[in-house]
Design a protein. Structure first.
Length: 32
């Protein structure tokens, strides 16, 4: 749980950039 909390904290710090990148990767993964 601590690891998840840390990851969430990092994601929250750079939410916009991380979300944008994650969505892009997800789209690519779903396509292939």
């Amino acid at each position: 749980h601590d690891e998840i909390a840390g990851l969430l904290g990092i994601a929250a710090g750079t939410s916009k950039t991380q979300l944008h990148r994650a969505r892009r990767l997800l789209r690519k993964a779903l396509r292939s």
